[in-house]
Ligand binder design. Structure first.
Ligand code: ME8
Length: 520
């Protein structure tokens, strides 16, 4: 089994913000979860460095585009470890190997008869790098996303014959109702296709910052075609994934076939299992991308999952709108795990949702510190206090086993559909169940006198097992906190194979320091 997940490649016209962190965190949760299942996983992120968004920002800053790209690509690259993202590769569209592959694939599209010369005339947003249809324009000829005035473009271009793919795309959407999720986005893409597809420019004449068109030196490829192809080109030159994220936790890395170093990974990982994007770039991914792949005779990806916007004060957060919450500051105060948890818990994955410092702090305290943190502290403390850190090898409480039955399976099914918030909620209900169990059983009473000794054994073993299971399942969301708990329980294995309640080996338990201390 192999699993390949991607994020959009981000524009290097400015520094990363929370919106970018969000998609990368979500992709990381999926990648880690599939590694836990023992699958060979490839997780790709990177930067989109060509086209007007970058050329214009470089001009405004008085530097060469490559200079701006180099500077900001480093900032995006640095974001990944800070949010604990375990990406296997970081692609930059200025990589020579990527550029050569783009030329190869798009030449094939031309050889296959889907490219012709023509004149484009229409409205264009240089920030979106997008040609807008008449029904996508806000009053005053403004971009509905960036609110800037659109420019009127008239240009000699090579066109991609998108309109010729209408029937094949309709057929694709009919045959594969899970090609785009959630359903609202599937419907949106489908109605766009049904409304009639127009051919789109494949190249730009006046721009020079892009991948050169091999058959006409006066053109560069339109940035979106260069960018979309990253998902495919990366596999041709990325190194073999190490599966390192699991190795640290003692499970020995991802399984699956292992290619020789330097081998082309396309056969092993293409087609992509999931492209994660936000709804701003739906049309490119749900329409242009499959059409381009059909034109190039490349297999289509399995799923596209479209998440919503993180909103601050009701507006989409974006570099160009200026209302940006800095993920680095949040991480510095509360840690990456807390940010990861908050984003996937607060905003149902797939919908828009507001984020704020106030709701972050509230969840940090009520859920992370008081629910999970407290469960972990008191469970380990009680095993140490009442049993000297040695758990008895007895069965777990049957009622709790019943409450946990089917959980691993359920989480797998939900993550398979990218329902990351629902999966997290299913796990969290068990965190709460375990805290209620402590209250119901009152181990401190059982510890008084000898009559309750057997029951206390069962309660402690059940709590330790419950804590172990939820920690394994939470690992993709909060890797370092989960690893700390599992380490204290003497059970560092995060593979899902033995994540059922009662399947853990009995090991010495250590008292755990507070997982989520009050922030300074
Ligand atoms: O569009 N809420 O790059 P980009 C949620 N280079 N997600 C957000 C967000 C927000 N407020 N703001 C940004 C591009 N994102 C192209 C993509 S792909 C072949 C080329 C995330 O830097 C979300 O994933 O504008 C969104 O789709 C992406 O950043 C846009 O990043």
């Amino acid at each position: 089994m192999s699993f390949y997940v991607t994020t959009p490649i981000y524009y290097v016209n400015a520094a990363p913000h929370l919106g970018h962190a969000y998609t990368t965190i979500a992709a990381d949760v999926m990648a880690r979860h599939h590694r836990q299942r023992g699958e060979a996983v490839f997780f790709l992120t990177g930067t989109d460095e060509h086209g007007e968004p970058v050329a214009d920002a470089a001009r405004a800053a008085g530097v060469a585009p490559q200079h701006l790209a180099d500077e900001n690509a480093q900032r995006f690259k640095a974001l990944a470890p800070q949010i604990a993202a375990s990406n296997d590769f970081f692609i930059r569209t200025t990589d020579a190997q990527h550029m050569a592959k783009v030329q190869e694939v798009l030449s094939r599209v031309r050889d296959n008869g889907f490219v012709y010369e023509g004149t484009f005339e229409g409205w264009y947003c240089p920030r979106c790098a997008d040609f807008k249809a008449e029904n996508e324009i806000d009053p005053g000829n403004r971009c509905p996303i960036h609110h800037i005035e659109l420019t009127r473009e008239q240009e000699e271009n090579y066109f991609f014959a998108l309109s010729g793919f209408q029937e094949r795309l309709l057929d694709l959407y009919e045959r594969r109702p899970d090609f785009v999720a959630p359903r609202t986005r599937y419907n949106e893409a489908l109605s766009f296709i049904r409304s009639g597809l127009r051919d789109v420019p494949l190249t730009r004449h006046r721009l020079t910052w892009g991948v050169p068109v091999p058959w006409d030196s006066e053109h560069v490829f339109y940035v979106w075609f260069d960018a979309l192809l990253n998902y495919y080109t990366a596999l041709s030159y990325a190194p073999q994934p190490a599966g390192a994220a699991l190795a640290g936790a003692g499970a020995g890395g991802g399984a699956g076939p292992v290619a020789a170093p330097g081998a082309d990974l396309t056969e092993q990982f293409w087609p992509a299992s999931y492209h994660l994007i936000a709804k701003d770039i739906l049309r490119f991914h749900a329409i242009y991308w499959p059409a381009l792949l059909l034109a190039a005779e490349i297999e289509l990806p399995e799923h596209l999952f479209v998440h919503g916007y993180l909103l601050m004060e009701g507006e989409k957060m974006s570099k160009s709108l200026g209302n940006v919450l800095d993920p680095f500051t949040v991480i510095e105060r509360f840690g990456a795990d807390a940010l990861r948890f908050y984003l996937l818990r607060e905003v149902p994955f797939g919908q828009d949702g507001s984020v704020s410092t106030a709701s972050f702090e509230q969840r940090y305290e009520s859920e992370l510190a008081n629910e999970l943190g407290n469960l972990a502290s008191r469970t380990t403390a009680m095993v140490v206090r009442y049993r000297d850190g040695s758990l008895p090898a007895c069965d777990v409480d049957a009622r709790l086993a019943e409450d946990f039955a089917g959980l691993v399976q359920r989480v797998c099914e939900l993550v398979d559909r990218a329902e990351l918030t629902t999966a997290l909620d299913a796990i969290w209900q068990r965190v709460r169940r375990l805290n209620r169990y402590v209250e119901e059983q009152a181990p401190w009473r059982l510890a008084q006198g000898d009559d309750g000794a057997d029951q206390l054994d069962v309660v402690l073993r059940t709590l330790a097992e419950g804590l172990r299971c939820v920690s394994v399942l939470l690992w993709p969301y909060m890797p370092s906190s989960a690893e700390r708990v599992l380490d204290a329980l003497g059970a560092p294995d995060v593979s899902l194979q033995r994540a059922e309640l009662g399947e853990g080996a009995v090991a010495p338990v250590r008292q755990l320091e507070p997982l989520f201390p009050k922030a300074a």
